[in-house]
Design a protein around this ligand. Structure first.
Ligand code: SF4
Length: 118
């Protein structure tokens, strides 16, 4: 199987050509090792940092912006978003506080990206 990807590791945006045969993955077009690592992860376990909002009980900030603390498996993003949109959190919350811990035992948290004092 052949696939082309643009590396998102830096603004240079190298065009990666990926050949996958069984479990063997060959990457060309990368200017640094990060491109190869990105391509291999995209082919085997693609991940993204998830950003969303969760409802709060605050009248000043009814929706709190949040994000995952690390890139999260792409296949599990839709169930995570469903869970987040059903949540309600109570202030006070500081930027960086965990609002959802260890999602599905991944070791990844959802953290606030803004403070909600009251
Ligand atoms: S392969 Fe390396 S140099 Fe090229 S875009 Fe990715 S991170 Fe940047």
């Amino acid at each position: 199987m052949h696939k082309s990807l643009i590396c998102i590791g830096c603004p240079r945006g190298c065009r990666l050509e990926i050949e996958m045969e069984g479990e063997a993955i060959t990457v060309t077009g990368n200017s640094c090792p990060r491109g190869e690592a990105y391509a291999k992860q995209e082919m085997t376990n693609p991940r993204r940092v998830v950003t969303a909002v969760v409802h709060t009980t605050s009248s000043e900030l009814p929706w709190l912006p949040v994000k995952t603390s690390a890139p999260f498996p792409k296949a599990a993003i839709a169930p995570l978003l469903n869970r987040l949109y059903k949540m309600t959190v109570k202030p006070p919350i500081s930027c960086g506080d965990t609002v959802l811990e260890n999602i599905d035992d991944t070791g990844i948290n959802v953290i606030a990206t803004e403070s909600c004092p009251n």
